[in-house]
Design a protein around this ligand. Sequence first.
Ligand SMILES: [Zn+2]
Ligand SMILES: [Zn+2]
Length: 572
Amino acid sequence: MKVDATKVASILREMADLLSIKGENPFRIRAYEKAARTLEHLPGDMEALYKQGKLKDISGLGKGMLEKIATILNTGRLPAYEELKKEFPEGTRELLFISEIGPKTVKLLYEEEGVKNIEDLETFAKSGKLRDLPGMGAKTEENILRGIKLYRTSKARILLGRAQPLVEEVIAELKNRASSWIEKISPAGSLRRGKETIGDIDILVSSRNSSPVMDGFAQLSFVKEILAKGETKSSILTTQGLQIDLRVVSPDSFGAALQYFTGSKSHNINLRERAIKRGLKINEYGVFTREGEKLAGKNEKEVYASLDLPFIPPELREDRGEIEAAEKGRIPCLLREKEIKGDLHMHTKMSDGVNTIEELIEKAKSKGYEYIAITDHSLSLKVARGLSIETLLAQIKEIKKINSHLEGFKVLAGSEVDIKKDGSLDYPDEILGKLDIVIAAIHTGFKQDKKTITARVVKAIQSPFVRIFAHPTGRLLGEREAYAVDLNKVLEVAKDRGIWLEINAQPQRLDLTDIWIMEAKKKGVKLAINTDAHNKEGLDFMSLGVATARRGWCQAPDVVNTLSLEEFIHKL
Ligand SMILES: [Zn+2]
Ligand SMILES: [Zn+2]
């Protein structure tokens, strides 16, 4: 078994945590922590250093610690660690990751109250008993419950909307630190494919000298822990708890590596089979003949071309027919963000947003848009401060006034009208008739059965006033499943009635999903990509909506808000 420094460090770290729960001597605990840190930053291969007898020269590793490391290296085990694990159940150590919970509290919780893991802790806190422990109170209890929620979300997959800006920052800082050594740099993996959630973040660099790039990466201001540091691959844990892997490859393999690490797995399997059929071999270094002659590798275009294919955009690489389409020359010219001319769903401070109409206009103009729709919540949606009829009428008037001062830009008076449980709309028809655009959406009664909720949506979108059906499945990533609505039926009616379906670009929604976008496109239903912004910065989520649309094979003509103002007005 190959044991690397990272593995040994993690055992030592775990030891330190368990000893602290046990209430051991703080010096002993610190020795483990220090050793773990030292190993995490080790210059070179630990096993080699050990074999050469050089490990003992490294400061931070005492004699006793060196013996323990040797035991792990030789046997793959550490008896003291295994003994300690028997004393405290698996989940207790995890309790230390919750803010306001220290080792003493973990011990007390386990020994006196039988709290063995985070689930137990949550139950205990919710029952209101946690506040009675020494040093605790109602406020701490509340903080701990919030801490549990936070810990869980950070452990789950990362939202694209969170990963994307982080990667941009990482790339910018890395370019700063090692600019002269970086020829090309790109995210890879599911992030590059625009997937709604991401496991680990992968970044790829092409360089003729990897060490300065690796050093720069390890010194990034985001680093909380270095999980691994090697010649061509390093991993860090950021201060926000996200893992980022960096690989450095030589420039003549960059395209092959980018292709390989972008995936998806099944797309790559198809490519590999295609290569084999042509008597070729494809891997992360390039495309090769049987004799080992390298045909491609520098860039992706070249890699695909060597397999007689045009370039396939990363968002399509999901084994959903992209290779067949490429063979036939039918890879669509995918939608680009700069083709978006407006945003049809946003909230002002009149309902649950924070900005004024003017502030939203300013931001929209800076994005090069020609129109927006103001769509605050409707009457009965009290939690989101839905607009009364009087307020809505006043807002329509205000928008008219604003428009009279605008040139080449138009604000549409709209509303995100709640679809009530029986499928009726939340304003009377004579009010709906006064609006430029009506978005219908479900915000209550998510648990209705398939038949009921489908009938409810169908009834709503049969209203002659409704133009868009917003966030069609209602899912919230990591929080709420889609409701049971039969989308095939909804698409049929939408096609019939010329209703547009929304691609809601909120990071937690991205709803419609890529698969349903493909379905909508197949059925000829037009889409509207909207940010549902609740503040002006929210308009920037458009890029996420566009990424999702691209994953659904969308081209500009499939999306109504690529139309110019003049063309769009005629569609209303
Ligand atoms: Zn909504
Ligand atoms: Zn909304």
